[in-house]
Design a protein around this ligand. Structure first.
Ligand SMILES: Nc1ncnc2c1ncn2[C@@H]1O[C@H](COP(=O)(O)OP(=O)(O)OP(=O)(O)O)[C@@H](O)[C@H]1O
Length: 202
């Protein structure tokens, strides 16, 4: 589903990654790990078509990432921490909107189910900007997992989550049929991944 072939990205003299190969099939999870500033988020941005490699190729469903392509946008769900929400829509209304606009996974066919699953039932009628950090993170992740995306890209999804939230996240990743690429500092997520890619480590 996701293929990265001989990828290289440098910033000036600093090589973030080079000769990087990765293949992630549906139902598999690849964790990208490494120290702060190593280039994990940069790699993720190259995968979602937000940034371009200096060398090598990324293929999603055999195609070059193109964030202007309807096929690419429906195939890929990502949360890179950008937190884009409508100021005047509640949590439940956001979920209803996504349910209408995207083909969504069978089990998450109702807003009530998604809210309960994500532990957000109590804040269904609140606006996203009024949520706590962890609640916002659960909300962002719920929006990603409710879709039937073929590729899921997550940047440090563990941020702000409590123990239950991290357990919920790992469960969602494990049951997903998508290929998952996740940049993380969490040992739990790294442990649960099928593939671990290390960048910036000697
Ligand atoms: N907009 C930018 N302009 C210039 N340099 C940038 C920009 N964004 C990131 N960088 C630099 O690119 C390098 C890689 O950053 P990146 O965010 O990919 O690292 P990371 O591995 O995700 O780090 P962290 O674990 O801290 O999130 C860092 O040296 C960073 O300072």
């Amino acid at each position: 589903m996701l293929q990265i072939l001989d990828a290289r990205r440098a910033l000036g003299d600093k090589v973030l990654f080079d000769s990087l190969f990765l293949s992630v099939r549906p139902g598999e999870c690849a964790a990208v790990v490494g120290p702060n500033g190593a280039g994990k988020s940069t790699l993720l941005r190259c995968v979602i078509g937000d940034e371009i490699l200096d060398a090598g190729t990324v293929r999603v469903d055999e195609r070059v990432p193109d964030d202007t392509s309807p096929h690419f946008r429906s195939a890929v769900a990502f949360d890179l921490g950008d937190d884009a929400t409508f100021f005047d829509l509640t949590v439940a209304e956001h979920l209803r909107l996504v349910l209408r606009l995207h083909r969504c996974a069978e089990r998450s066919a109702t807003v009530d189910w998604i809210l309960a699953d994500a532990g957000l039932a109590e804040v269904a009628d609140r606006y996203p900007h009024t949520l706590s950090t962890g609640q916002r993170q659960r909300f962002s992740l719920a929006v990603v997992f409710m879709r039937s995306a073929r590729l899921i890209v997550l940047d440090e999804p563990e941020q702000g989550l409590d123990v239950d939230g991290r357990g919920w996240l790992i469960g969602k990743m494990a049951e997903s049929r998508a290929a998952i690429l996740v940049a993380t500092h969490s040992a739990e997520i790294q442990k649960s991944a099928d593939i671990v890619v290390r960048i910036g480590e000697r």
